[in-house]
Design a protein around this ligand. Structure first.
Ligand SMILES: [Zn+2]
Length: 323
């Protein structure tokens, strides 16, 4: 058995192929003085070299002479220690294979018509060859699937465009209707006739509530308390009355030169509400008349005054003050 020469005296096995494959990212050999050299024939290095031969065919020629080669420190670190270099080569190679396969299919598709013509024309050509060629030129199922999807999407797009046109038309119609309604809304109170119509609608809606407000007021016997009658305040009384009626009267009788609604005007408003209550409910006892009688009674302490009041104002609901 021949003695193995020291590794540092042998050439790096990758030195001769570095420049041949610049795209492989194979680095240049290490040239520094003090570096480690390994034998290319060592088991780990040899295994890597066998794998690399697939991508660097020159290495095949060196298989029988590995003992004549070493591996420099740089290449040992790049190729033997790590797997990344070999993995990268595999990856690039796979991509290349896929690209070639695609080109081959395309070429096959392009030639399909030519082949077909050839088969049709050359009756004497044996059938198995013809079948084989036709089989090869069949469209890729994945391509067919993609074409189907494209067709479906085109169909969907067409439908969406049509829907969009309909929606635009509807939008135009609605905008036009909206414009008409706006004009109607803005001119709904343009004349007194319209005001009468509106007020009748509101009054009809409020009539039942007004009646029930008055009924509740009649049931409230506290209002016959002499003390509270003597403290009668139109503003406080109005706050508790039917808000639609009160606001209608206040708004209708508002004068622009007045800052606020108070004093005599407020009292007159209370009188109007009080009278309307009396018109709406026959058993309603006027709050204003009660207060007036209470004041007279508190001064004269005479039942006769109350009787006279009753006689003049048909004060039938009233019986006596509660002290
Ligand atoms: Zn080297």
């Amino acid at each position: 058995m021949a003695t193995l020469k020291p590794a540092k005296n042998l050439p790096c096995i990758f030195n001769s192929i570095v420049n041949k494959y610049p795209e492989s990212q194979l680095v240049q050999c290490e040239i520094k003085e003090n570096q480690r050299w390994r034998h290319a024939s060592a088991e780990t290095a040899m295994n890597k070299i066998i794998n690399l031969a697939e991508y660097f065919p020159e290495l095949n020629l060196s298989f029988d002479f590995l003992t004549n080669y070493s591996i420099c420190e740089k290449h040992y670190n790049q190729i033997v220690v790590r797997d990344s270099f070999l993995n990268q080569l595999k990856k690039v190679n796979n991509l290349d294979s896929e690209e070639s396969e695609r080109k081959r299919i395309k070429l096959s598709d392009n030639n399909n018509s030519k082949l077909q013509t050839f088969c049709d024309f050359g009756v004497q050509v044996s059938l198995p060859v013809c079948d084989f060629e036709v089989q090869v030129s069949l469209p890729d199922p994945e391509n067919e699937n993609l074409l189907n999807q494209i067709n479906k999407l085109k169909q969907l797009n067409k439908q969406l465009l049509s829907d969009n046109r309909e929606l635009l038309f509807e939008k135009k119609q609605l905008l036009s209707e909206n414009e008409i309604l706006k004009k109607k809304l803005n001119s709904r109170f343009d004349n007194q006739q319209d005001h009468v119509k509106a007020i009748i609608i509101i009054a009809k809606k409020e009539r039942d509530d007004l009646y029930s407000n008055i009924t509740n007021l009649i049931k409230d016997h506290e209002r016959f308390q002499l003390d509270s009658l003597l403290k009668f305040s139109p503003s406080q009384w109005l706050i508790k009355q039917n808000p639609v009626l009160v606001n209608f009267i206040k708004t209708l009788t508002y004068n622009e030169n007045e800052n606020q609604y108070d004093g005599e005007k407020l009292f007159k408003c209370a009188v109007v509400v009080d009278i309307i209550y009396g018109i709406r409910h026959l058993k309603y006892v006027s709050a204003i008349n009660l207060a007036a009688s209470a004041i007279k009674y508190s001064i004269a302490r005479s039942k006769l005054i109350i009787d006279i009041d009753n006689h003049f104002i048909n004060f039938s609901g009233y019986i006596k003050f509660i002290k």
